[in-house]
Ligand binder design. Structure first.
Ligand code: FES
Ligand code: FE2
Length: 377
């Protein structure tokens, strides 16, 4: 991995959380689209290195538990949903949504420690999200600019991977310089705003600039969108980014425009790649105006895919190691600080602060095998 290269001549600075594969911050991670888990279905998957099982009970609620059965470790994903419980394939132990074992059908009492760890779940934007704790302190984040817009509609983009840590790819949205160097945008008098919320979960950023009016193209853009342009990001938990383009815009100087909005949801796939799941979002509209909402999301997708492809080469062989940041890079520095303050979750491979080494607990001495009258064959 690149962090081990050039160590003598380009020392690498390891952060407490930022750009670490072995630390999984407590946050909401996208698991799978809601329509991929119908009532009575079960699915085992690796989420940020943790093998979990998701199942949807008769009541329609999704539950998420550690996948390896507390009896002998079989993957509960091989089992089946019974009511609102999951039944292990091997010996039919059943667990409810809290992870408690509720049935051991062989007739023996349920062992005291027969339980699975439970992980909090939520369904939003057509996805099932999982939080690496029993209870999540806050819900999946909203897009700052759509909070007061009522019911929302969404479109899922095709997920793709990047060959680097998602904390690094997320910096793209904060990097004002690359808008001109890579994306060829003409930016005059940029003004940056970046703040980490006191709840510790979110980080917001806004960049505004004057649209120059020197060329015909620039004057046309001014005519359409006005003389200033702004976009903003709201990040959550270091892995979710809500992007709003064309903020506070009046089309042709008259009509208020809702702007273009989308989420990027990131999660590590292995120690070299992260997955990016784009979700395009806008205000839900009814009747023929539903087509307008769809068109807005398609345009957002088109713009995003162009920018994404232009950014591609940045991440192919990066060893992110900022050493000479400029004033214009201040949001990048603040973002790294924000990530480093996120709390590591139980899914982290690295030792957590204050975590003591757990010793194997013997549930109870197994009874001696029954003595058979017959001689062993
Ligand atoms: S391994 Fe699951 S019930 Fe035995
Ligand atoms: Fe970019």
């Amino acid at each position: 991995m690149n962090r081990h290269k050039n160590r003598r001549t380009q020392p690498f600075f390891e952060h407490p959380v930022f750009n670490r594969w072995d630390v999984v911050p407590a946050g909401w991670y996208h698991a799978l689209p809601s329509n991929k888990l119908a009532k009575g279905q079960v699915k085992s998957m690796v989420l940020c290195g943790q093998q979990v099982v998701l199942f949807r009970g008769d009541d329609g609620t999704v539950r998420c538990l550690d996948a390896f059965c507390s009896h002998m470790g079989v993957d509960l994903g091989e089992g089946k949903v019974v009511g609102n419980t999951i039944q292990c394939y091997f010996h039919h132990w059943r667990y409810d949504g809290t992870g408690a074992c509720v049935d051991v059908p062989c007739g023996e009492p349920i062992p005291k420690n027969a339980r699975q760890h439970r992980w909090a779940t939520e369904e939003k934007y057509g996805f099932i999200w999982v939080f690496p704790a029993t209870e999540a302190p806050v819900p999946v984040i909203d897009l700052a600019d759509l909070e007061d817009k009522g019911e929302l509609t969404f479109l899922h983009g095709t997920p793709y991977t990047r060959p680097c840590h998602h904390h690094v790819t997320m910096i793209n949205g904060l990097d004002a310089q690359h808008l001109s160097t890579i994306h060829g945008m003409e930016i005059e008098n940029p003004s940056l705003d970046a703040t980490a919320a006191e709840d510790g979960h979110t980080f917001t950023f806004e960049l505004r600039w004057k649209i120059p009016g020197k060329t015909l193209r620039q004057r046309f853009v001014q005519f359409m969108l006005g003389k200033t342009y702004a976009y903003g990001m709201r990040y959550g938990f270091g892995n979710l980014g809500g992007l709003s383009l064309a903020k506070r815009t009046r089309l042709f100087g008259r009509w208020p425009f809702i702007g273009f909005h989308m989420f990027f949801s990131y999660r590590p796939v292995d120690e070299h790649r992260c997955e990016v799941q784009p979700i395009y979002v806008t205000k839900k509209r009814r009747g023929p105006m539903a087509l307008y909402a769809l068109a807005l999301m398609w345009i957002t997708q088109l713009m995003f895919m162009t920018l994404r492809d232009e950014d591609g080469a940045v991440y192919d062989n990066v060893r992110f190691n900022p050493r000479n940041l400029l004033k214009i890079d201040a949001p990048v520095a603040r973002f790294v600080q924000y990530i480093n303050r996120l709390a590591p979750s139980l899914w982290s491979e690295a030792d957590l602060p204050g975590e003591s080494v757990r010793t194997l607990q013997v549930v109870r001495e197994p009874d001696p095998p029954p003595v058979s009258d017959r001689a062993a064959p």
